[in-house]
Ligand binder design. Structure first.
Ligand SMILES: [Mg+2]
Length: 376
């Protein structure tokens, strides 16, 4: 089961309607997938976070020649060797998304080689299904706050009608609109009113605020029974530590952090109660599992960040199956043909629950015809 080939496949699709979080407008979805092939003819798939540019060149030209010949069942050792190699070459810039894409593909290939799901290889399955929360409620192109409130509240109702019992909405309007923290809280009020008190509600500011505004919003959120406040400030440990002093709402963060040592500092020095590693950016399945173990020993929750293709979704579910505690799945509900069509047998929700497959590797088969359709 030695690696014979590693290469990238880049997929891209323009969206019919653009939407925004606090940082940027999103008008397309692009993925850099990683394809690993082994001596026994097995193919494994991984996915890198972020733009293909950079990830693609580094994997095809730098990583692939160094990993051909390594065994896929040495995946954790290969992961650590790759991080060491990249650190010695690029010093403080260790491209975590590159490590992630390769790591996921190796775990998939390893599982397929031995006929076991990745969750079994991670030490066993703690659950066969997981509660999913609907992520969406992005900002739209509107001039009128009342219209945006109507659109977002209607979307929230749709998710509840589809069976979801937990939702996450975006806040942090100021970069794109003539509105600020008070209007953000109006948006939260609109969703809470639309879905009632029985639905778990989370908010995500994508590090929109300075400390004063983050405090102001955190206090406002107490009125709406918000489960967690995600990325209130920029992802610096000190900022989180400052904010955690004197606010009641639980803080969440992690999609901008990578590798266990960064999360270790977060658990040691901040009040973050929900760690959100993303398998495609935190260092793959290996790192996400290490963070999940860390979260358990620090007595906080690991709730992975997921905003990728079918590969990222399947990989996240395998980690969640093996995660201690009571994790939730972030289930991206924005329109995205690549996420929905890429797997021959796509992962879907049944109400607020998603089944976790116990089939070899990540449990999905990537449809190579679909790859062609979305290829750049
Ligand atoms: Mg987020």
């Amino acid at each position: 089961m030695e690696i014979t080939d590693i290469e990238t496949r880049v997929l891209r699709r323009d969206l019919d309607e653009r939407f925004a979080n606090a940082q940027k407008w999103i008008d397309s979805r692009e993925y850099c997938l990683v394809r690993v092939e082994t001596t026994d003819g097995v193919v494994g798939w991984g996915e890198c976070w972020g733009p293909a540019a950079g990830n693609r060149e580094m994997i095809d030209e730098y990583v692939a020649p160094r990993l051909v010949g390594r065994r896929v069942d040495d995946v954790e050792q290969v992961h650590d060797d790759l991080v060491f190699e990249l650190r010695s070459s690029y010093h403080s810039y260790v491209p975590a998304s590159v490590v992630s894409g390769v790591d996921i593909a190796l775990w998939d290939a390893y599982g397929k080689s031995v006929g076991r799901s990745v969750s079994r290889l991670l030490g066993g399955r703690r659950r066969d299904e997981v509660r999913a929360y609907a992520t969406g409620h992005f900002f739209r192109d509107v001039d009128d706050l009342a219209e945006l409130k109507r659109i977002v509240a209607a979307e929230a109702r749709d998710h509840v009608d589809a069976g979801f019992t937990a939702l996450k909405q975006k806040i942090g309007l100021a970069r794109h609109f003539p509105w600020g923290p008070d209007e953000d809280l109006e948006l939260v009020a609109a969703v809470r009113e639309a879905v009632g008190d029985d639905v778990a509600l989370m908010v995500d500011a994508n590090h929109a605020y300075d400390l004063a505004d983050a405090r102001r919003v955190a206090r406002g959120l107490d009125t709406y029974d918000v489960r967690f406040f995600e990325e209130p400030v920029r992802p610096a440990v000190d900022y989180y530590a400052d904010l955690a002093e004197g606010v009641d709402v639980a803080l969440a963060g992690g999609e901008c952090w990578a590798f266990r040592h960064e999360f270790e500092r977060v658990t040691r020095e901040t009040g973050v109660e929900y760690l959100q590693p993303d398998v495609t950016s935190a260092g793959g399945i290996t790192s996400a599992r290490r963070v999940a173990t860390l979260a358990d020993s620090a007595n906080v929750q690991c709730v992975p960040h997921v905003f990728g293709s079918a590969v990222a979704l399947a990989a996240s579910l395998q980690v969640i199956a093996a995660t201690p505690g009571d994790p939730m799945l972030e289930f991206d509900r924005t329109p995205n043909p690549i996420r929905e069509d890429l797997a021959a047998d796509p992962i879907t929700n049944d109400g607020d629950s998603v089944q976790i497959r116990d089939e070899p590797g990540l449990g999905i088969e990537v449809d190579e015809d679909v790859l062609e359709r979305f290829a750049v």
